[in-house]
Design a protein around this ligand. Structure first.
Ligand SMILES: Cc1cc2nc3c(=O)[nH]c(=O)nc-3n(C[C@H](O)[C@H](O)[C@H](O)COP(=O)(O)OP(=O)(O)OC[C@H]3O[C@@H](n4cnc5c(N)ncnc54)[C@H](O)[C@@H]3O)c2cc1C
Length: 395
């Protein structure tokens, strides 16, 4: 017998789980989430640094963060599961006037959109957070105390557990290998085809709505429905140190704008991150031991005491960002396949924007519009129409 569902979600990472949760919250519970792995979190979600911030450069990213951070602050109570939201802040450190002007412009935009607590900080203020920084070239920065971190795995599980409590089904160990569509010609002017179902490694599922929540694999899944999605996988590597007590026990995520190096505390050690400009697109998930020296050079330059930090490369890891050409997500219906929805291409911000993206996607499916943002800004069509939204505050 063929299974049926009102909505099929492909991918059970933090984004697919949030879509499932938000659909169920709005009363749509005949939902099936399909995940090819035996466990949730094996994609990008399990590799994330867990950073959440409202300090972005574009209105749509700031609005998504504002909604999401407020959601994270109430997550435990609302969802009944811990998000482990830690409001330790993000501290951007500028080393020239151009960077400082950029931060000031962003701050004005953030304030105008209701993120009222972003502060301009001086070099002395910055040193109060982390006295061990080399600050001779730092001329100021911005700090937002409600930015911080969450536990991505726990958020994902919370969304899914609550969705399942409401009746959503989750199939693990099941790969979607086809999306069935039917020609519908002239009856739907903007769609030549409509979704009929999905073919999986455990049989077919009849449905009229499919959500692509396949993270870095989103373009492959879109192709199953004959659609091209400009989402490319890009490796990101993170390096944790062994226990390190020469830095404060609690401090914000610190971003050195001169190199893009950033770091935060992770338990007893420090988690080091840097966006290697030499990285190339591809499904590369192995950690490159040569990266350790590259990142430690940047780390020791900004935080001299980190030369004493011990690093075990076997504890370092790599994962995939899902990059779009303008570093913004693609959210909304496919123009040429009725019933197919995208929630993809978060370009490194999928954890922090998971509450907003789940809510917007559920709104679009159930109501055709969302009052959270003007979702047309994130449509796939923006690329063909030249309406790109360049986000420059990508970490
Ligand atoms: C090193 C690193 C650090 C990061 N740091 C941050 C951060 O600090 N803050 C932040 O907000 N974001 C961060 N990100 C980005 C964030 O992790 C992602 O944007 C987010 O996890 C995307 O979630 P997702 O659910 O869309 O994708 P995923 O978690 O990748 O989930 C997609 C799922 O789809 C499944 N799937 C794919 N194809 C199929 C198929 N055909 N059939 C069935 N299942 C399928 C996969 O198995 C996978 O489980 C980071 C990412 C990396 C790699």
């Amino acid at each position: 017998m063929t299974e049926t569902a009102d909505v099929v979600i492909i991918g059970s990472g933090i984004v697919g789980s949030s879509v499932a949760y938000h659909l169920a919250e709005q009363g749509c519970t005949n939902v099936l989430v399909i995940e090819r792995e035996a466990h949730q979190g094996k994609g990008s979600t399990g590799k994330s640094m867990g950073g959440v911030r409202a300090q972005f450069a574009t209105d749509v990213n700031i609005e998504m963060s504002r909604y999401s951070i407020d959601f994270f602050s109430r997550f435990d109570e609302v969802v009944g599961h811990p998000a482990d939201y830690r409001a330790h802040g993000y501290l951007f450190c500028a080393t020239n006037e151009r960077q400082l002007d950029y931060l000031k412009t962003n701050r004005s935009r953030q304030l105008a959109l209701g993120v009222k607590n972003v502060e301009l900080v001086s070099r002395d203020d910055i040193l109060k957070f982390v006295p061990q920084l080399r600050a001779d070239d730092i001329i100021g920065g911005t700090f937002c105390p409600t930015d911080g971190f969450v536990d991505p795995h726990s958020v994902m599980m919370g969304f899914m557990l609550k969705a399942r409590e409401r009746g959503v089904r989750l199939w693990l160990d099941t790969q979607v290998i086809g999306i069935e569509t039917l020609e519908c010609g002239g009856s739907m002017p903007f769609s030549q085809r409509k979704v009929q179902g999905v073919v999986t490694s455990r049989g077919t599922v009849s449905t009229t709505i499919v959500v692509n929540a396949a993270g870095p694999w989103a373009a492959q899944v879109a192709r199953l429905a004959g659609t091209e999605l400009p989402v490319e996988p890009l490796r990101r590597q993170l390096v944790p140190t062994e226990p390190f007590n020469q830095l404060p026990q609690r401090f914000p995520m610190v971003i050195d704008m001169s190199t893009g190096f950033h770091f935060r505390r992770e338990g007893k050690g420090i988690l080091l991150a840097w966006n290697d400009p030499d990285e190339t697109v591809g499904f590369k998930t192995g950690f490159d031991p040569k990266f350790v020296e590259k990142i430690l050079t940047r780390a020791a330059d900004r935080v001299p005491c980190l030369v004493d930090a011990e690093v075990n490369p076997r504890r370092a890891w790599a994962g995939l960002y899902e990059m779009t050409p303008d570093h913004h997500a693609i959210i909304g219906p496919a123009a040429n396949v009725a019933g197919l929805y995208f929630v993809n291409g978060f370009s490194g911000h999928g954890v922090m924007h998971s509450p907003a993206s789940g809510r917007i996607t559920a709104d679009l499916i159930l109501n055709g519009t969302s009052d959270l943002i003007d979702a047309s800004e994130l449509s796939l069509e923006r690329f063909a129409e030249g309406r790109l939204l360049e986000e420059t505050a990508v970490l």
